[in-house]
Design a protein around this ligand. Structure first.
Ligand SMILES: Cc1ncc(COP(=O)(O)O)c(C=O)c1O
Ligand SMILES: N[C@@H](CCCC[NH3+])C(=O)O
Length: 472
């Protein structure tokens, strides 16, 4: 059950206590109020800001761990019923640090990386390369060599050009590289256009029709071991139909491939949607797993083929809801907006970050919510737009939110559900340093990633003088 209090009330925070509610939770499970202040896993927002400043990314470690464990349990349970094993790869692109990679390893998850940088973080965390899946539509020769040398357990082939290069690299070393083949299923996921990755006209994978020939080419290479097919239809998806359709399309091809040799596993990728605001209603992970298992079972029975072992790659649904960004409120402006039928006033509340720490509203029109973190107020809520501090009019953090009418400079503002694709998409636009990332657990905070200071940024300018020598 979630709290049934008025969601417009400034102190309101939903606190889920079951898996279904967890799917709809906008705030991490450890979020609560103490003496009016927002507290995250026992640490108050003001204490966090006193120590680390603003903007600040905060990750509720227990919440992330719980979501990872729930996904692993649900998929193992549902696919276990039909006799399939499941590997869950945490998609590091959502957010990756050495600490987070270690949480996932401890919980028994595998890791999906898609660049040499993410791979380096995984190795720095001591992640077993055999449990790493490596993606990318344009891997360099240096990356392919590092993959083969490290013994990465699953390279996801994205093109014939890559197949030929990796086969040669593995052959040179006398090793055998396990590979999956990324397939473009042609399934149009119901999500933002930029987040759909299996439309016909996009860069990832091999078209379904070409799969038999490419798999034959893989099998013809003694230096490659074929693990199976891979499909990822997109991200922030609420409807299970797309996953089911992709599974059905890949299994139909799998039947044909089985005539030429084993196809041990099927990877259906990630993409499970989360709630960014209370208007979002994503499927609970148990239901998702059950529906996917049912489709795989039904299709395999219909086609008369064995049920393959399964893999999935969730990122956002593990780390997204665990994150909260804290900002300090600065300028507040009431802007008169002329409209048909009369004028209205829009209140712009500006914070000390913006599109450099969260470009998602500008990139995808993503909606977020916000609450004052440093206090509660009995003032009537007013409709505000939360803006960043960048030189860009589209620099909006929260498009529309009700906040107490007495919101003022110096208040701390918390924006939930920022754990995924915020730090990892962050930039230094306008020479802002990327904020630090802090994990909170059991009343204690721990730095996961240091923030960047202006001195850090200036130190990269090849022609800058050391900061201490810049005239005031
Ligand atoms: C190949 C692949 N796997 C997994 C993911 C993770 O997706 P999500 O974070 O939506 O679960 C992505 C990102 O969309 C991806 O491109
Ligand atoms: N960057 C996207 C997700 C892309 C996932 C990678 N294929 C987002 O923020 O929603």
């Amino acid at each position: 059950m979630t709290s049934t209090a008025n969601p417009l009330a400034p102190e309101w925070l939903p606190v889920p206590d079951d898996a279904n509610a967890l799917a709809r939770a906008v705030w991490p499970s450890g979020a609560t109020r103490r003496d009016g202040e927002l507290v995250l896993a026992g640490v108050s927002a003001t204490d966090l800001v006193r120590q680390y400043g603003t903007p600040l990314y905060v990750v509720d470690e227990e919440d992330a761990r719980r979501r990872a464990a729930l996904i692993l349990d649900a998929f193992r349970r549902e696919f276990g019923r039909i006799g399939a094993s499941v590997s869950v790869y945490y998609a590091g692109k959502a957010f990756l640090s050495v600490g987070v990679a270690r949480w996932m390893a401890e919980l028994g998850l595998n890791l999906d990386v898609c660049s040499d940088g993410e791979f380096a973080v995984a190795l720095a965390a001591g992640f077993d390369p055999a449990r790493i899946g490596y993606h990318g539509n344009n891997k360099s020769n240096a990356e392919l060599e590092a993959i083969v040398d490290a013994g990465v357990g699953g390279l996801v082939l994205d093109s014939v050009y890559e197949l030929e290069r990796v086969a040669a690299i593995a052959a040179e070393r006398g090793s055998r590289q396990p590979v999956r083949l990324r397939v473009n299923s042609g399934v149009h996921a119901s999500t933002h256009e930029y987040l759909a990755t299996a439309r016909e006209d996009q860069k990832f994978g091999i078209p379904l029709a070409d799969v038999p020939a490419v798999v034959a080419a893989i099998r013809a290479q003694p230096s490659l071991e074929f693990l199976g097919l891979h499909s990822h239809i997109g991200s922030q998806i609420f409807e299970t139909g797309g996953f089911e359709e992709a599974a059905a399309r890949l299994l139909a091809v799998q039947k044909e491939l089985l005539e030429g040799g084993p196809v041990p596993s099927l990877n259906l990728g990630g993409g499970f949607g989360i709630a960014y605001t209370v208007a979002d209603d994503p499927a609970p992970v148990g239901a998702l797993a059950a529906q996917m298992a049912a489709v795989v079972e039904a299709e395999c029975t219909r086609l008369g083929i064995p049920i393959p072992n399964m893999a999935i790659e969730p990122g956002r649904s593990i780390i997204g809801p665990a994150g909260v960004t804290l900002y300090e409120v600065g300028t507040i402006k009431d802007v008169r907006v002329e409209r048909e039928g009369g004028a209205a006033v829009r209140r712009y509340v500006s914070v000390d970050g913006g599109m450099s720490d969260n470009p998602r509203p500008e990139l995808y029109g993503a909606e977020y919510s916000a609450r004052i973190a440093s206090r509660v107020s009995a003032e009537e809520p007013v409709l505000v737009r939360v803006a960043g501090k960048h030189c860009e009019s589209g620099d909006i953090v929260v498009n529309a939110e009700y906040l107490p009418g007495d919101i003022r400079p110096g208040d701390l503002l918390a924006v939930p559900a920022t754990g995924a694709y915020c730090w990892s998409l962050a930039s230094n636009y306008n020479h802002l340093g990327r904020p630090p990332v802090v994990a909170v657990r059991d009343g204690a905070a721990r730095l996961l990633v240091r923030g960047e200071s202006i001195a850090d940024l200036l130190s990269r300018d090849a022609e800058a003088q050391p900061v201490s020598e810049v005239p005031a």
